[in-house]
Design a protein around this ligand. Structure first.
Ligand SMILES: [Zn+2]
Length: 146
């Protein structure tokens, strides 16, 4: 069987940011596969996804995320960032407190607020970047947020 060597450079479609949560690893892969993006994206995992990448408690995480965007652009010509938060996220409870996720509507609003904030932060540094945001349920279905 021919082996394709891994390359440092080359073009890939997107940088995906998800939470590190082990429960959704397969669902995230299935979601990206279903979108035709199998093996076509860089994947960064941070506790809380959009919240991990932008919060006051762990400011160095924001630096790490932004540096990874720079690298994804330089190494793989990435022009799109996909940010997938998920429901029942432990990082949201830990960083924002239980009240921020106390019921499904409040939880959705907390995620939307955070996803918008991170999208703005990315667009400030990368005005031409396409930024997609979404919220994954524990069954793997994704609500796209516009
Ligand atoms: Zn999480």
């Amino acid at each position: 069987m021919p082996v394709t060597p891994a390359r440092a450079g080359g073009h890939c479609e997107a940088l995906l940011l998800t939470c590190m949560d082990f429960r959704l690893a397969n669902e995230v892969t299935s979601y990206m596969d279903a979108r035709g993006l199998r093996d076509k994206y860089d994947h960064m995992a941070m506790a809380g996804a959009s919240l991990g990448a932008l919060n006051d408690r762990f400011p160095h995480w924001n630096e790490a995320f932004m540096t990874h965007i720079e690298l994804a652009v330089q190494l793989h010509e990435v022009h799109r960032v996909i940010i997938l938060d998920h429901r029942d996220c432990g990082a949201y409870k830990m960083i924002l407190g239980e009240a921020a996720v106390k019921d499904p509507e409040t939880e959705l609003r907390s995620h939307v607020r955070q996803l918008y904030a991170l999208r703005s932060a990315i667009l400030t540094k990368h005005p031409h970047m396409e930024v997609e945001i979404g919220l994954m349920a524990l069954d793997g279905t994704v609500m796209q947020i516009v």
